[in-house]
Each structure stands twice: as structure tokens, then as C-alpha cells.
Write a protein that binds this ligand. Structure first.
Ligand code: NDP
Length: 328
């Protein structure tokens, strides 16, 4: 039998946590034959609700679930962690300045990064979901100098999945027919969903669509503002699809991308495509055996260049702001 994988989830008692934990425990994160041990990290006010969720997890009698531990101490929560899903974050409240938001999140992600540095397993993989995800990942990474920098990633897979679905709707294709779509930049309103290299049943997606106006005025804003549209419609945020994307992100990272396809992940830049080294930006990546590589050599047209640059500029500003606050 296989050794269980330790999976730590922060913000475990939140909406995304509630949609995420059951799928981890049922084998969707790592594979149907991989036993897991869950660590739920919460703030003190969240502990009781996390205990309630743990009771429900018990009641599912998941054959793969080999234990649940609940704590408000990051040093305990990340002890021996192989996978960490950092979901809990300080939401932006009305009238809150960006600096205050970054500072509040620094107070969460800096100690978590340090605890990961000191206590996680050697093969730790970190996915940051809590917003602003890219910059929160940068803060955690900076606090974990002994962990290879590339183990800190941010989620843009929900944007990727939203873009796949919108493109399928527009062209009448199945999602499974679409390959090589890319989200570039920040997980924010400036993100750029790029279909110029995407393929629909083997044909170039931009040519199949043949409508740059639709790209600029419909597709890109629809993908970027989808979260707000769901809050408007549902009266609650897109927690289930966010949880699903977190599952997809880690599953692909661990199990690999299919031949002839790639995915989108927020990862530390190595300077590729003019993205300053060190920024945690979304790129097209292939994955294999638990490692990833940026897809190289793509031609970036003017339409794409301007949008990638704008999103990367925002990331650089967020980095400068957390640097000025002494968080990195
Ligand atoms: P959610 O579970 O709905 O969201 C958690 C985070 O995910 C937020 O930062 C949210 O960003 C982000 N997010 C990313 N993508 C999406 C998406 N598509 N839809 C919605 N959110 C998305 O928040 P809750 O308030 O329900 O729960 C948060 C939990 O975290 C609470 O239980 C709280 O106690 C806990 N917490 C734990 C911490 C810790 O473990 N140290 C620290 C802070 C909080 P956005 O703000 O942009 O919506």
C-alpha cells in the first residue's frame, strides 16, 4: 500500500474549503489510489466550523482518507506537508486601500511561508488560492528561503477553465476539443486569456473565431469579470468552481499535462516572454513527474503583447508595494 500524502488546507472552514475537502478526500486531487491525510488550518474563530466539516468528512467514510487534524498553529498545520493549498486570506472590504489589504495578507502568508520552510516535507508543493493570489504566493515564497522557489504557485486555472468554456460556447466545440489555451499575468481583472495559440479540433482557434472584436469586447472581459457575474447571479461567490480549479491545478502538476496540450499556472518567472524574473505570473506550462516547464518559443503578436505587459505591470506594482511594506 502507498504511503499517505499529507495535504494541508488553510481557510478550511470557508466556502472554497467546503467544496474542496470532500474532493481531496475522495481521490480527485492526487489520484484514486493515493491515500491522503488532511490537515485543516484555520484561525481560532474558524476552528469550530472546521470541526463540523471534519465530522462530515468522517461521515463520508472515504476509503482513501487516513486522518484529519485541525489546528490554528501553522507550525502544526504544515508539519510534514506534501501539498499545501493556501485558501484562507483577508478579503478586501469596502473602503480598504490596496496597501492595507497587502499588509493584512502579509500577516497571514509570511508566517505560513516560514512554517512551510521549517516544517513541510522536502517535496512540498504550494498552491495559493487566496487573493491577491500571485502576490500572496510571492510573500510566502520569500519567507521560505530553504524551499525551492518554483514550489510556490498561484491559481489561474479557474480563469483557464472559464476561457475554455466560453470559447467552446462561441464555436460550438466541446471543451475537450480545445487545446493550448493560455492565461497570462495576474489573477485579476488584468489577466489575459490568449487564444492565438489555442487549437480547436486541430485548427487555430483565433482563425476559427475570426473575430478580433469579439475577443477584445466580449471574450476577454467575460472571462476576467466572471467572478463578479457569479456573485451577482448566485448571491454568493464562485466557491465550487474555484475549488474545482484548485483540484485541477494540483492534479495536473502532479500527474502531468497530456501530450500536445498545456495548462496555465501562476509560477515564478525565469524572465521568459519579457516577464521580469521572480514575479509570480501565469504562463503556458507543461508538467511532468511533478515538475513544470514554461512553453517556449510562442510568437506574441501586438494584441497579446500589450495585454500581457499591462498585467505584468500590475504584478510588478504589487511586488513593489509588498517590498515597501517589508513583506518580501
Ligand atoms: P472563500 O473560501 O470563499 O475564499 C477564500 C479565498 O479564496 C479568498 O481570498 C477569495 O478571494 C479567494 N478566491 C480565489 N478565487 C475565488 C473564486 N473564484 N471565488 C471565490 N473566492 C475566490 O472565503 P470564506 O470567507 O468563505 O472563507 C475563508 C476562510 O479562511 C474562513 O474560514 C477564515 O476563517 C479563513 N482564514 C484562515 C486563515 C488561516 O488559515 N490562517 C487566514 C485568513 C482566513 P476574494 O477575497 O477575492 O473573494
Amino acid at each position: 500500500t502507498r504511503t499517505p500524502v499529507n495535504v494541508t488546507v488553510t481557510g478550511a472552514a470557508g466556502q472554497i474549503g467546503y467544496a474542496l475537502l470532500f474532493r481531496i478526500a475522495s481521490g480527485h486531487l492526487l489520484g484514486a489510489d493515493v491515500p491522503v491525510r488532511l490537515r485543516l488550518l484555520e484561525i481560532p474563530q474558524g476552528l469550530k466550523a472546521a470541526e463540523g466539516t471534519a465530522m462530515e468528512l468522517d461521515d463520508c467514510a472515504f476509503p482513501l482518507l487516513q486522518g484529519i487534524e485541525i489546528t490554528d498553529d501553522p507550525n502544526v498545520g504544515f508539519d510534514g506537508a506534501n501539498v499545501a493549498l493556501l485558501v484562507g486570506a483577508r478579503p478586501r472590504t469596502k473602503g480598504m486601500e490596496r496597501g492595507d489589504l497587502l499588509e493584512a495578507n502579509g500577516g497571514i502568508f509570511k508566517p505560513q511561508g516560514k512554517a512551510i520552510n521549517d516544517h513541510a516535507a522536502d517535496d512540498i508543493k504550494v498552491l495559493v488560492v487566496g487573493n491577491p493570489a500571485n502576490t500572496n504566493a510571492l510573500i510566502a515564497q520569500a519567507a521560505a528561503p530553504d524551499v525551492p522557489a518554483e514550489r510556490f504557485t498561484a491559481m489561474t486555472r479557474l480563469d483557464h477553465n472559464r476561457a475554455l468554456s466560453q470559447l467552446a460556447k462561441k464555436t460550438g466545440a466541446q471543451v475537450s476539443d480545445i487545446k493550448k489555451l493560455t492565461i497570462w499575468g495576474n489573477h485579476s481583472a488584468t489577466q489575459y486569456p490568449d487564444i492565438f495559440h489555442a487549437e480547436i479540433a486541430g485548427k487555430n482557434a483565433a482563425e476559427v473565431v475570426g473575430d478580433e472584436q469579439w475577443l477584445a469586447d466580449d471574450f476577454i472581459p467575460t472571462v476576467a469579470k466572471r467572478g463578479a457575474a457569479i456573485i451577482e447571479a448566485r448571491g454568493a461567490s464562485s466557491a465550487a468552481s474555484a475549488a474545482n480549479a484548485a483540484i485541477d491545478h494540483v492534479h495536473t502538476w502532479v500527474n502531468g499535462t497530456a501530450e500536445g496540450n498545456w495548462t496555465s499556472m501562476g509560477i515564478p518567472s525565469d524572465g521568459s516572454y519579457g516577464v521580469p524574473e521572480g514575479l509570480i505570473s501565469s504562463f503556458p506550462v507543461t508538467t511532468k513527474n511533478g515538475t513544470y516547464e514554461i512553453v517556449q518559443g510562442l510568437d506574441i503578436n501586438e494584441f497579446s503583447r500589450a495585454r500581457i505587459d499591462a498585467s505584468v505591470q500590475e504584478l510588478a506594482e504589487e511586488r513593489d508595494a509588498v517590498r515597501a511594506l517589508g513583506l518580501i
